[in-house]
Ligand binder design. Structure first.
Ligand SMILES: C[N+](C)(C)CCCC[C@H](N)C(=O)O
Ligand SMILES: O=C(O)CCC(=O)C(=O)O
Length: 401
């Protein structure tokens, strides 16, 4: 595919551009964009994959954005008036084309596997199938490479790892294989708790806790959460989980047919709700800037923040009437607790449950007897970064940054 320069302006600073013809299509690149993204040794650090030239501080924006484009071999070459020379391959130009956009790399190879939402029926099908959620501690590194653990957490929002030694050490080991343990005031590492109110939170009691995500009172809510039951010599204490990605689809489906559900969706995705953690006198946490459901421009779930026990009693800076807010919350609560949308199972020593705390709600039934649960909060960025490096070869990724 050969490059043909169709048009260019080269002496008007930010307004400079070059229009090229590639494969019978026209693409326009502003010269400031090409200068900023020059891949020459002087402009870009090959090993760290970072810019070396700061286009805003290192060059004179009035004169150094002026350049003369030409074609040499099969590369677009820009000779800048300060003497610097940039060269761009056809693949780079197509991959970075933005006017119009034609991102050949991202469309074809640099996409994460799709997320797969589930209800109770789908959960049971997956759980009963022989090739889902059957990760084994003794083969954990194979299970990671065989596209299970990381893929299941990313695609389904949770997974199980079996045959884990019933210990804090093994739980820490598994946590650190998956991501980096997020230290908090509960514990700087793997937390190990029982119903002794050692921390002033109902998790440290034997009370039931309804469906919730943890850490809604933090700006940085825990990305993943990991549970490993160490022992329980009583009844109850069962876990329930629900996929909010699935519940969001149900709400969107209802909203597409019913105005009152449109308002419900509007409230859930736009009304900021306040959360707090005030049980500990020396640590009082509070966050009030986010709605129950954050969704992206495609209507996909970014994050759910829900916890009836940690929600504050304040509803003052409202975008909606209080009665409508409660109606919307009640509808959400009904859906997440609907037995067709949630599953219930006992945790068991030796089996780790790890889940996406931005997507999967969890709950606990009341219990009696001595119960010891350990686990960890895991950072989300490091999980996604490790997952990305499993899914993409670095060179694939480099072409798209
Ligand atoms: C997990 N661990 C027992 C350490 C803390 C539990 C904190 C629960 C808190 N109400 C929240 O929802 O964030
Ligand atoms: O005790 C459990 O099973 C879980 C407690 C809980 O929900 C939490 O720690 O967030």
């Amino acid at each position: 595919m050969s490059i043909e320069i169709v048009d260019s302006v080269e002496d008007k600073s930010f307004d400079n551009y070059v229009t090229i013809k590639l494969d019978d299509s026209l693409y326009l690149f502003h010269l400031v964009y090409l200068r900023d993204n020059c891949t020459s040794e002087k402009s870009f650090h090959e090993e760290t994959n970072q810019r070396l030239i700061d286009v805003f501080n290192d060059i004179d924006l009035e004169t150094d954005l002026n350049g003369t484009p030409s074609v040499e071999g099969n590369e677009l070459v820009v000779k800048w008036h300060d003497g610097h020379i940039s060269r761009f391959t056809v693949k780079w130009l197509l991959n970075h084309a933005y006017y119009p956009s034609k991102n050949i790399v991202k469309n074809e190879t640099i996409k994460f596997p799709s997320r797969i939402s589930w209800d109770k029926t789908r959960f049971c099908e997956l759980k009963q199938s022989k090739d889902h959620f059957k990760n084994d501690y003794n083969h954990i590194h194979d299970d990671i490479v065989k596209r299970n653990i990381f893929h299941e957490i990313y695609q389904y929002g949770f997974t199980f790892i079996e045959n884990v030694p019933v210990s804090i050490e093994a739980t820490k080991e598994v946590s650190e294989i998956i991501s980096i343990i997020r230290p908090t005031h509960y514990d700087t590492g793997v937390w190990d708790f029982t119903s002794d109110l050692s921390k002033k939170d109902t998790a440290y009691t034997s009370l039931a806790i309804d469906m919730h995500t943890d850490g809604n009172y933090w700006f940085e809510t825990p990305g993943l959460q990991l549970f490993h039951l160490l022992m329980h010599d009583g009844q109850g204490g069962e876990t329930r989980i629900c996929d909010v990605a699935h519940v969001l689809k149900l709400i969107q489906e209802k909203a597409s047919k019913d105005e009152s559900w449109q308002e419900t969706l509007e409230i859930l995705t736009n009304q900021p709700i306040e959360f707090h953690q005030s049980g500990e006198s020396e640590n009082v946490f509070f966050e009030n800037r986010y709605p129950i459901l954050q969704i992206d421009e495609n209507g996909e779930l970014i994050q759910c923040r829900w916890n009836t026990s940690d929600r504050t009693s304040m509803l003052k800076n409202n975008k909606f009437s209080v009665n409508e807010i409660y109606r919307a919350m009640a509808r959400f609560n009904d859906l997440i607790n609907d037995s067709s949308n949630s599953v219930r199972f006992p945790l068991a020593p030796g089996t780790i449950l790890v889940f996406d705390n931005w997507r999967v709600l969890h709950a606990r039934t009341a219990f009696n007897g001595k119960r010891r649960l350990c686990g960890s909060y895991l950072t989300r960025d490091d999980f996604i970064a490790r997952f990305r490096s499993l899914v993409f070869k670095r060179e694939q990724w480099l072409e798209s940054v």
